[in-house]
Design a protein around this ligand. Sequence first.
Ligand SMILES: [Zn+2]
Ligand SMILES: [Zn+2]
Length: 418
Amino acid sequence: MGRARTPDRCPDCSAPLSVAEGFPAWCAHCDWGAVTVQASHSPARGFLARRSTRMVEKLYEEVSRSPAHRPGWDPARVASYTLAICVHTSTVALVAFALWLMIAVPNPVTVVVAVSAVLVAWAIRPRFGSLRTAPHARYREDAPVLFALLDRVAGELGSKPVHAVVASGAYNAAYTTVGWRRRRVLILGLPLWDVLPPQQKVALLGHELAHGVNGDSRHGMIVGTSLSTLGRLYQLWRPSPRDHRLNYFIDLFARLFQILLSAAVAAVLLLQNILTLRAGQRAEYVADALAARLASPSHAAGLLDTLVIAEATHVHTVQQHMLNDRRSDYWGDLRTALAALPESERERRRRAAAGQRLRVDESHPPTHLRIAALSTHSARPPAVRMTPAEEAAIRAELSADYVRIAHDLIDTARASLA
Ligand SMILES: [Zn+2]
Ligand SMILES: [Zn+2]
């Protein structure tokens, strides 16, 4: 059977290509095959993209000169809190207006207007989540070794203890507060957790728990909920497709109204994003610095490198399992595939990630800049060490989650094909 022959010289610069069996060929000289040039956006988006790229670069230069600290009350932070409080006040005002309308001028028209106003306020109300919607949450008594490690990490960071851990199938981890009591919950993506060596696992926990102490307003009670309220409001007013049952002019008028409202909401959301972008990215550098203190700078950088390199291997392994009808252990196959990943393909993935253009709403600074910032930290012994025995014990504590998530990943992949 014939195979399409891969050229052995770069079509762009004629340098010899890097070719590894089973992986895309690419050029280490000009990044052909690694970095795809993205199509340019509209002039306004282009302007915003250039501005945010400059902001990201300036912030990187700052933190590489002197390590990032918790953000202070600079004008952008004051403005973002003011804007968030205005958003929440408007939600309350909407309900107050509805009540006033019903009492002051009670008639069928005002009742309809008032009820619609209350429905909108209800749809966009700030939400705090609930652990009742997470049936697989693990608590202290379910996973004593994992929680003992989390306690050591939290103790070093001076953050409050974690209340629950929810394992997920995401190639990611997150730290959030849930419910009115603001309980701290760690969301642990097992595909990422499982490929990390022990000290990189410590770095991951350090980075995530640091989000509770790094002054990140985007995840906070006031600005965080304002961002999600605005997001919901935007979804609510997004113009619907043309409804042919309606009179042409009524439909046109309704959609024009939606366009104007959603554009206004989008503008406020964009402003809120711009105001918090710098502080949010600074908070990420602070979290990285804390992870470096906990696990060592080289392990914190190693974590970020794994984050960039292993995701495509995880996605590929899921696809393989879907096609082979899960005859082998997904987690074992993922580790074997990652161990066999050639160095040239690792480097291609690093360059592909570094070549991606920045977006205004990007929450994290580009990974290659985060790794470069970590290289300015002087080496020192880790504050928290994880032993191989602890690693194995945690795996056993989460064994039911490992089984469930391997099944879910493959089922989800199959459903997306159907
Ligand atoms: Zn080339
Ligand atoms: Zn983070």
